[in-house]
Write a protein that binds this ligand. Structure first.
Ligand code: G3H
Length: 536
């Protein structure tokens, strides 16, 4: 236990210089209508999970606690910028939007170190993963631009059917409210914000409760890159700032990554739900199913990655492992060893994999889940598993986990790995069917016939079946979605362009006069919609 305490820096000077926070991050600005306005009301303190001298956390900054009034100002700015589809942004054309987003990405790269440092301090992400999150976000923007060029090329032509000709394109929907989660506060916010913007919508975005300050270096870039009102930010208590936005009925798309409970509240607040398009990434409890013939070494490696990358705080994490009785003992032994080899430390520590958890009270709550499992007959099987010091916890492997335990069904979203044993494959299959979630699962085994028998029914239960591989969102060109309480709508680089648009067409009966009119418009480049120009 003493060792865990020593992991925390005693003073800022103990942190390697390049990762220190040079000063208190005093975010007083919020972005509305192209201006960074200074807030003079109440603020929310930002407590880093990295507490000095092992306090529960340290106060590293603050951000505005806006009210309904400022939220509605942001909405008005976004609506005016959209101007019922007549604003500068929705009408400027794909090429111009691509140019502006490309410039934004180029400027964003210059702020990498600042954003990465704040990712470490605000949410405890390791240096390696924080850099990965930043770089993946830039790659996503570049891929989005390419996907849009492709889409535009396909749409730059006329279709002629049954004596009617037309041009079909994807047009924006209006005002998009983007809300990302704390575990990927940059990446998952931008995987909705960027496609929404590039397709001509205007945006209000609210960072998650944890993971706010890391957006601060980007605010001025939004200001420079886009016309006023195209990007606006709101901060504060969701009930106070998001409730009124939804209740206004003037949000056209809700892009939300978080819990289904909150998603339901938000959707119900909209007075005309049929007008609201939603794209939701919600909770999951992805199981791993380990068959008797699985390659033990490779399976252990993938299960460790799947269950404990970023301390298990991924919606895609493996959150319960079902292992066949024949290999349960061997698996649990090797898995426990591999888990214990994960090094706890501060995000910048070389090779560290287990870091402080940002959610207040999280280690205590996980401790309660462990105690509940123990009460019902499971054991922590890895040495020191579940030991906690303030915000950090050594991962705990619980075995054997059964239906009576909360860990069997509840999403732990942390460094606790429940392992259950099965004899009959119907047991994990029943688990999947009865689960409230339906995102992904992993099957480990080597017999193609046996695997095929599982793949077919399971692809009708979840949206991605991973073979001998952990669950994950990437590559970002793959569809990312879920069934039941796990998602609504599909995200991928190309799907996101569809999510934030609706197909719209201009059509005419193919009379000579109509052909002449349309040809003239196209030849003289009088419309951005009716156009056969190619973007190369
Ligand atoms: O939290 C959910 C993320 O979308 C997971 O993404 O599988 O790439 O870590 P990932």
């Amino acid at each position: 236990m003493e060792g865990m305490k020593n992991l925390f820096p005693a003073r800022m000077e103990d942190v390697p210089e390049e990762f220190r926070l040079p000063e208190f991050v005093d975010q007083r600005e919020y972005l509305v209508n192209g201006e960074l306005r200074v807030w003079r009301g109440d603020f929310q303190d930002v407590i880093s999970p990295i507490g000095m001298a092992s306090q529960e956390g340290s106060r590293i900054g603050r951000y505005p606690l806006l009210t309904e009034h400022e939220a509605l100002e942001a909405l008005e700015a976004a609506r005016n910028a959209y101007d019922n589809g007549r604003g500068e942004w929705p009408t400027c054309g794909v090429e111009e939007r691509i140019r502006r987003i490309g410039n934004f990405a180029a400027r964003m790269k210059e702020r990498r170190d600042e954003v990465v440092r704040l990712l470490m301090w605000e949410i405890g992400k390791t240096l390696k993963d924080a850099r990965k999150e930043f770089d993946r976000t830039i790659d996503y923007i570049v891929a989005t631009i390419d996907a849009l060029k492709n889409l535009d090329r396909v749409s730059s032509r006329f279709v002629i059917e049954e004596g009617v000709f037309g041009q079909i394109r994807r047009a924006p929907l209006g005002v998009v409210l983007c809300m990302g989660p704390f575990n990927y506060p940059l990446n998952e916010t931008f995987t909705t914000l960027i496609p929404a913007l590039i397709m001509g919508n205007t945006v209000i975005f609210k960072p998650p409760k944890l993971g706010v300050l890391l957006h601060k270096p980007l605010l001025e870039l939004f200001c420079e890159a886009f016309p006023p009102g195209v990007v606006n930010t709101v901060y504060g208590d969701g009930a106070k700032v998001i409730g009124p936005l939804m209740a206004s009925g003037q949000v056209d798309v809700l892009a939300f990554i978080g819990s289904s409970r909150v998603a339901d509240i938000l959707k119900k607040q909209h007075p005309k739900p049929h007008r609201l398009r939603s794209v939701l990434g919600l909770e999951a409890k992805n199981p791993a199913i380990i068959l008797p013939d699985a390659d033990l070494e490779a399976t252990v490696k993938e299960c460790v990655l799947g269950a404990l990358s970023y301390n298990g705080q991924r919606c895609t994490a493996l959150k319960i492992i079902f292992v066949h009785k024949q290999i349960a003992e061997a698996f649990v032994e090797k898995f426990s060893q591999a888990v214990n080899a994960l090094k706890p430390g501060m995000p910048w520590d070389e090779g560290c994999a287990i870091t402080p958890l940002p959610e207040p009270g999280k280690t205590t709550w996980l401790g309660e889940l462990i105690a509940d499992a123990e009460k019902h007959g499971a054991r922590v099987v890895n040495n020191g598993g579940g030991e906690a010091e303030g915000t950090i916890m050594r991962p705990a492997v619980l075995f054997p986990v059964t239906e009576q335990m909360q860990l069997y069904r509840r999403e732990q979203f942390g460094p606790v790995v429940p392992v259950a044993v099965f004899e009959d494959i119907e047991e994990p299959l029943r688990y999947v069917v009865e689960s409230d979630y339906g995102q992904q699962l992993s099957i480990f085994g080597r017999d193609p016939g046996q695997l095929a028998k599982l793949i077919d029914p399971l692809t009708n239960q979840v949206c991605r079946v991973n073979i001998n591989s952990q669950c994950q969102r990437g590559p970002d060109s793959f569809p990312f979605t879920g069934r039941k309480d796990s998602a609504e709508g599909t995200l991928s680089v190309s799907d996101a362009l569809r999510v934030f648009t609706i197909r719209t067409l201009v059509a005419a009966k193919s009379t000579e006069e109509n052909r002449d009119i349309i040809s003239r418009i196209v030849r003289q480049r009088e419309s951005t919609f009716l156009s056969t120009d190619f973007i190369l």
